[in-house]
Design a protein around this ligand. Structure first.
Ligand code: GDP
Ligand code: MG
Length: 597
């Protein structure tokens, strides 16, 4: 295919604005996939993704489109994940494109993720085509939303396309716009090979399958290639295009998108953002923008049943083959026994991994509350990274603690500005900016410790804005704060997975609330259980769980059957996932108590 007949594009959107539905439509309209083969949301392959309605892993699809000018074009759609945890992957996908469809729900308007994605697309100089989706909805206000996009983003919406991905309206116009507005790739086939990896996955038969865009030169089956960041060399066993099923080809040239297999053992050997070049002649420089995605959020994973430790190790090892961003190290806890300290890109990534371990590997796990990475300067002047509160050096051994901060932008209707400012301030946020963008759209910017965001900030933001506000955040650096470790003692014994690092000024409040919460969550036993919160040797709060009465139902006077049932159900539920800590059975919820204060 001549480069002039290739168009590479992405679809960018806030979650639920219709990206996946539109992608399906484009595949149908170009007959890339037949109606019969079209499962709902073809590009979102994992069950988990479908259930949660989010796109986790991006993939690509090549379509042949007969345009109104009489020519046939190759359109490569490169899908992007729809969540902040994966924004690095979004940026690599966009780097592989010349244009982007900006999908905005015509009944909702511009949201935080819309803005964040547009900024990324602009950074890569992409041609942006605005599409107002869901115009079939009675609440759709395409004219108002067009104005909103112009006001907020500064994007000309004179030629914005009105569409309904669901009903198939505006799809031809979108395909024509891609051909006429998105520029073709540059003619760089004469240069040494450089191909950008924008996704990869693990296949147990062929090894890692790598998705890439050839930026310069030509790649042929049988070529010996080198990955410039990892330094590893491979022979290309298989080369092909994605239609979206894999179809083998002999070679791919600058501007084209495809996949390869080369007996690569694990995805960490072919990371997103790495550059593929030939061993001979090698490109002098890799493509710009490569970063090794690093975990930001950590938690402990322990099997409820100690016998499952080896199974958990095997499962993590397997998951890691397909997930380079997942990190894990063995952890031993006096309270919990043997488990792993695991690192994730963010909270969603953490939840996905936990769910996969339990569903696909049948493990019963206790998860401890998420933590971030602290930088601790010791009195010797060394800087150490602490991802587990238990390992924090004592106040005598440390000089200072620094913690990661994120810049968070919320878009909200004016009436929720007050409650959201209150929320941000209660989370130690520093106010940075407030801007009225358009009717019903005020932007609030704060810099907040990441530790305060990973503890249910998103849910709080949603509930305080009745679901109307949206947010987006990214890391801005580390800052020193007076932080202390808060220990929890159950029955007089410190329980290390319940230890947290908190701001000195909040320690008393958190300790008190945590102990009260634990009192609610830990079931009664035959004996009285003291609960304490302490900083060092100083107890700042204490409570106790009274001993169990003989008959739990005795407190339901009279014959209120439904209440009795509820009580019994509650007990049965509490039994499901317990960890024996000394002589006390502690339920899973207790380990997450700090998230629900
Ligand atoms: P994504 O999160 O951006 O991938 O959004 P999805 O494609 O998963 O769509 C989110 C929801 O909006 C789904 O329930 C879709 O059926 C629905 N949806 C998508 N496009 C349209 C549309 O044009 N009209 C209507 N009424 N609903 C749509
Ligand atoms: Mg989707």
């Amino acid at each position: 295919v001549p480069v002039s007949h290739i168009r590479n594009f992405s679809i960018i959107a806030h979650i639920d604005h219709g990206k996946s539905t539109l992608a399906d439509r484009l595949l149908l309209q170009t007959k890339t996939v037949s109606d019969r083969d079209m499962k709902a949301q073809f590009l979102d392959t994992m069950d988990l993704e479908r259930e949660r309605g989010i796109t986790i892993k991006l993939q690509a699809a090549r379509m042949a489109y007969d345009a109104s000018d009489g020519n046939q074009y190759v359109l490569n759609l490169i899908d992007t994940p729809g969540h902040v945890d994966f924004s690095y992957e979004v940026s690599r996908s966009l780097a592989a494109c010349e244009g982007a469809l900006l999908v905005v729900d015509a009944s909702q308007g511009v949201e935080a993720q819309t803005l964040a994605n547009v900024y990324l697309a602009l950074e890569h100089d992409l041609e942006i085509i605005p599409v107002l989706n869901k115009i079939d909805l009675p609440g759709a206000e395409p004219d108002r939303i067009k104005q909103e996009i112009e006001d907020i983003i500064g994007l000309d919406c004179g030629n914005a396309i009105l569409a309904s991905a669901k009903q198939g309206i505006g799809i031809d116009e979108i395909l024509e716009a891609i051909v006429y507005l998105v520029p073709p790739p540059q003619e760089t086939v004469e240069r040494p090979l450089r191909a950008l990896i924008f996704d990869s996955y693990y296949d147990s038969y062929r090894g890692v399958i790598v998705y890439f865009r050839v930026m310069d030169g030509t790649l042929r089956r049988g070529d010996r290639v080198q990955l410039m960041a990892s330094g590893k060399e491979y022979d290309i066993d298989e080369l092909g295009v994605l239609s979206p099923m894999q179809i083998q080809v002999e070679d791919l040239h600058a501007g084209e998108v495809g996949y390869l297999a080369a007996s690569i053992k694990a995805v960490e050997d072919a990371r997103v953002g790495d550059t593929i070049t030939l061993v001979k002649p090698a490109a002098p420089e890799p493509l710009p923008g490569y970063v090794e995605a690093k975990p930001m959020v950590f938690c402990g994973l322990f099997p409820t049943d100690a016998d499952q430790f080896e199974d958990l190790r095997d499962a993590l090892e397997k998951l890691r083959l397909s997930d380079a961003a997942l990190q894990y190290d063995p952890e031993t806890s006096s309270a919990m026994g043997f488990g792993f300290r695991c690192g994730f890109l963010g909270l969603l990534h953490m939840e996905i991994v936990q769910e996969r371990l339990e569903r696909e590997y049948n493990l019963d796990l206790i998860t401890t509350a998420p933590s971030v990475i602290y930088w601790v300067t010791t009195i010797d002047g060394d800087v150490i990274e602490i991802d587990n509160p238990c390992n924090l050096p004592s106040p005598q051994e440390r000089e200072k603690i620094e913690e990661p901060y994120v810049r968070i932008e919320m878009l909200t209707p004016e009436e929720f500005v007050g409650p959201l400012m209150e929320l941000s301030q209660s989370r130690r946020g520093d106010f940075k900016d407030m801007k009225y963008l358009a009717q019903g759209r005020t932007s609030l910017v704060y810099e907040i410790p990441l530790a305060e965001v990973v503890t249910d900030f998103f849910d709080q933001m949603k509930s305080r804005s009745r679901g109307y506000a949206s947010m987006e955040y990214h890391l801005v650096g580390y800052r020193e704060n007076p932080l202390v470790r808060l220990d929890i003692l159950i029955n007089g014994e410190p329980v290390d997975p319940l230890a947290t690092i908190v701001h000195r000024d909040k320690a008393y409040y958190v300790g008190k609330a945590l102990v009260e919460k634990l009192k609610e969550l830990i079931p009664r036993h035959q004996f009285k259980i003291p609960l304490q919160a302490a900083i060092g040797s100083r107890v700042i709060s204490s409570e106790s769980i009274p001993a169990l009465r003989k008959d739990v139902l005795s407190k339901c006077y009279g014959g209120d059957i439904s209440r009795k049932k509820k009580l019994l159900q509650k007990q049965a539920k509490g039994k499901k996932r317990l960890k024996a800590i000394g002589t006390v059975d502690v339920p899973q919820e207790a380990f997450m108590a700090v998230l629900r204060l």
